[in-house]
Design a protein around this ligand. Structure first.
Ligand SMILES: Nc1ncnc2c1ncn2[C@@H]1O[C@H](COP(=O)(O)OP(=O)(O)O)[C@@H](O)[C@H]1O
Ligand SMILES: [Mg+2]
Length: 269
């Protein structure tokens, strides 16, 4: 059984992409065959792994996640649907493949909003490659529109990165309610693999109260390891590297410990 995990939060800038990318890289380094799926039209996960030039050439020739979700030229050759294997970029990190995103996703709700089974397009597109992977990590946009719904519809688990400032913690209860409701409506089961405190230490409003109240409210769901705000983390993104390739042992240890906790919560350790 392939474990599929989505990184979700209604807010942007809380570390979703950073956690998705580095968790995927860590899984690959452990020997898990891993697929990272970028479902955010902002394409941040994509550009954390490959350069804009590589992306441009790839999407022109092979396509992106937008094609899997039925946008643009969603059939190829003689009416054959595009599958995940057609659009992936192999080996962006050790044992990690990437399905890149595309700015086209910004209008997806207009494009495919009236299609039957529009929430399960990704699930169907991934089916042929599902058995090739031990784990699939989906990076979602900061909302619950169709790309996120498609990610959740194929997921066995979800992770919620939270930046410990007052405003970013407000929406967590709402998010959990919405994810559960969506799972009900799609008749699928999805487990919370953890809430990750991310970017801890940057300027934030009422930080310590927020951290304490999150732990109080969500208890065991909150991952023990906190990801600190470190320049090496954003530097890694800019250099298409994972945190583990940056030679900073503090950052490496933190992402390792956080990933180990997530894996344990997903029964993979
Ligand atoms: N632990 C961290 N330390 C320093 N910068 C970080 C850290 N986590 C994320 N960032 C930076 O913060 C910004 C937002 O993070 P990102 O992961 O893209 O959030 P989201 O996907 O939730 O919008 C990015 O520029 C990213 O490089
Ligand atoms: Mg992001």
């Amino acid at each position: 059984m392939t474990t599929v995990v989505s990184c979700v939060n209604l807010k942007g800038g809380v570390g979703k992409t950073t956690i998705a990318v580095n968790f995927a890289a860590y899984c690959g380094s452990l020997g898990f065959k891993t697929l990272l799926v970028d479902l955010d039209p902002q394409t941040n996960a994509t550009f954390s792994c490959i350069s804009p030039e590589t992306w441009d050439a790839h999407v022109k020739e092979k396509g992106s996640v937008a094609d899997l979700l039925g946008m643009r030229n969603h059939t190829k050759g003689e009416g054959k649907s595009i599958s995940a294997a057609d659009v992936l970029v192999a080996d962006v990190f050790e044992k990690v493949d990437l399905i890149p995103s595309h700015l086209d996703l910004f209008t997806i709700d207009l494009d495919i909003g009236s299609r039957v089974s529009r929430e399960t397009l990704l699930k169907r597109a991934l089916k042929p490659v599902m058995d090739d992977y031990d784990i699939i990590v989906c990076d979602c946009p900061p909302n619950l529109t169709l790309p996120t719904q498609n990610a959740l519809a194929v997921s066995s688990h979800f992770v919620v990165p939270v930046s410990p400032d007052f405003l970013s913690s407000l929406g967590i209860a709402l998010l959990l309610t919405r994810v559960n409701r969506l799972a009900d409506e799609l008749d699928c089961e999805i487990k919370n693999a953890g809430i990750v405190m991310s970017r801890v230490g940057r300027q934030s409003l009422h930080r310590s109260q927020t951290t304490a109240s999150l732990r109080e409210e969500f208890g065991g769901l909150v991952i023990d390891t906190e990801i600190k705000d470190r320049s090496v983390v954003s530097e890694a993104t800019a250099r298409n590297k994972s945190v583990f390739q940056m030679g900073n042992s503090d950052a490496k240890k933190e992402f390792e410990a956080m990933s180990e906790e997530l894996l344990a919560n997903m029964d993979l350790k």
